[in-house]
Design a protein around this ligand. Structure first.
Ligand SMILES: O=C(O)CCC(=O)C(=O)O
Ligand SMILES: [Fe+2]
Length: 532
């Protein structure tokens, strides 16, 4: 079980931890009141405090907010399980703190039994070191993928959202050290600077008592600066990495004097948007559109608009399509309020228990699909033409009427792919039509993508188009639609590179409907020029 890949499983662990907290808190008070033998319990005390200042505070806030309003209620445990910093802090407590506490309190057999059995009725397997590594990796991928500012992120700000959660100096030290192992020196320096700054400002009890701790923080920080400078030549010229500052660091380090290389390369990358083969600029532009920046030129932006579309059809006269054109050539549409809340709830309900890690086509053997870091969501398929999936048929007819293509018969499309993303989960830029002609034998290639958002996302999780320089915002109930083939109906349109940006905070749900060529070549809006 990799906890960090499944937010809906992780939320059960949040519940287990709260039960553990209640049992240990009772025990702690009994010891304090001398109803039970035992001395000072500093590790237990800091463990309980850590829960109170993170998960418990978040849960109380969500419950309070839920009381204040009566529309859709937020699940407090899912809130914790989908917040990158809360998730990391919880997994860390399981892996590092709880183990020590259990060893310390071994002789209280009733307590240990209650912790293992009463608090954990489903016998969940507690997180391991690998899960802690995954949680640290989550923080790194989220920050790298959306270019988050370190000081803001460490204090709980993500995208435009300020959350009431921050990490301590010790956490930042651990995160910074992880960035070093991942050779991301610029972010490592930033995190370790935050760690050092926080520990010296707070002048906590621990630091005053043990000045060596501050020395250790400083040493790690200086080590990151040395590594940054030693590796600067190699990393700054490696367009696939670029995780250093624009210049070597001359101590004393002042955060305002250094710009990350990837930020600096932004303009060069934006100028290379016409290079349609996979190249470094696609990944840099993807990061920037994922961070909410628009790279379209004035010319590209002209003519973009939104309108109500009735298509001279009574169906749409009553309930017109709320269209927005995100890009003109090739056209990318976002259509709002296309899937209703009740249907969305049904789709998620049908999908949630069947979610499994998504795969991608193996580059060495196109007949195989493999789990890869380039796509970290989980997913399942729902067929609208059989069994319990038939509730989706009206949506398919609606899509058919809207797109004016055939997508109800199974040979004209794929089933609905329903995918779920938690923090840091993403789908790296790709093209939805197939490169390998063997995959097009039965239905032809994928002409059209209709991708529906089945949730809002608190932060991150846009759908980015690096060549087009634009991203769609995940708006629940809206769909995004574009053609994956050129007008000649044959060639893949290489301008449609797109990907799922890392989710920063929250869970993202989407559904994909891919429409194929063979059943649709008559209706496909073809052009006269075979090159186009
Ligand atoms: O998650 C997204 O925003 C994009 C998903 C996507 O491109 C796909 O599933 O093919
Ligand atoms: Fe896609």
């Amino acid at each position: 079980m990799s906890w960090c890949f499944y937010p809906y499983q992780l939320k059960n662990l949040v519940g287990v931890e709260i039960s553990i907290y209640q049992i240990l808190k009772d025990f702690y008070y009994k010891v304090l009141k001398k109803e039970l033998p035992g001395g000072h319990l500093p590790v237990l005390e800091s463990y309980l405090r850590d829960i109170e200042q993170s998960s418990l505070r978040a849960i109380t806030n969500v419950e309070y907010a839920n009381d204040m309003r009566n529309d859709s209620l937020e699940d407090p445990y899912l809130y914790v399980a989908s917040h990158p910093l809360l998730m990391y802090r919880m997994i860390r407590r399981f892996v590092e703190d709880l183990q020590h506490i259990l060893l310390d309190l071994e002789e209280y057999e009733d307590l240990i039994e209650a912790l293992y059995y009463n608090a954990n009725p489903q016998s969940l397997v507690f997180p391991t070191n690998q899960d802690l590594k995954d949680a640290l990796d989550s923080i790194l991928r989220t920050q790298e993928g959306t270019s988050l500012n370190t000081l803001e992120f460490a204090r709980g700000k993500m995208d435009k959202l300020q959350t009431d959660i921050h990490v301590s100096a010790l956490h930042a030290l651990e995160i910074g050290a992880y960035y070093i192992t991942e050779k991301n020196y610029a972010f490592a320096v930033e995190w370790l600077y935050y760690a050092l700054d926080t520990i010296s400002v707070s002048k906590s009890f621990v630091v005053e008592k043990y000045p060596i701790i501050e020395k250790f923080f400083r040493k790690t920080f200086n080590h990151a600066i040395e590594l940054h400078n030693e590796n600067w030549e190699t990393v700054s010229t490696n367009y696939w990495n670029l995780n250093v500052f624009h210049t070597k660091i001359t101590p004393p380090y002042n955060p305002r004097s250094y710009v990350r290389m990837k930020e600096l390369m932004k303009e060069e990358a934006a100028r290379s948007r016409n290079n349609l083969e996979w190249n470094w600029a696609i990944s840099v532009n993807f990061m920037h559109v994922c961070a909410g920046k628009n790279l379209q030129t004035e010319k590209e932006k002209s003519g973009l608009s939104c309108w109500l579309q009735r298509k001279h059809n009574p169906y749409w006269v009553i309930n017109p399509l709320k269209m927005e054109l995100l890009n003109r050539d090739p056209p990318v549409y976002q259509i709002y309020d296309f899937i209703g809340d009740k249907l969305i709830a049904k789709i998620k309900n049908a999908a949630v228990s069947g979610l499994e890690r998504s795969t991608v086509v193996d580059r060495n053997d196109a007949s195989r699909s493999i789990v890869e870091q380039t796509r970290t969501s989980s997913q399942t398929w729902i067929y609208d033409n059989k069994g319990s999936g038939k509730f989706l048929l009206p949506l398919s007819y609606r899509m058919q009427l809207m797109s004016q293509l055939t997508l109800v018969p199974p040979e004209s499309c794929d089933a609905y792919q329903v995918a779920n993303y938690g923090p840091s989960h993403h789908y790296a830029p790709h093209i939805d039509s197939f490169e390998d002609p063997r995959r097009c034998i039965s239905k032809g290639n994928r002409i059209l993508t209709i991708m529906g958002y089945l949730s809002h996302v608190k932060a991150g999780g846009r759908t980015g188009f690096p060549i087009l320089g634009v991203a769609a915002e995940p708006v629940k109930g809206s769909i995004v639609m574009w053609y994956n083939l050129k007008k000649n109906g044959n060639d893949r349109d290489m301008r449609t590179w797109h990907g799922g940006c890392p989710v920063v905070f929250g869970v993202k749900w989407i559904t994909n409907k891919w429409v194929y060529y063979k059943e649709n070549f008559r209706d496909f809006p073809c052009g006269l020029n075979p090159e186009e």
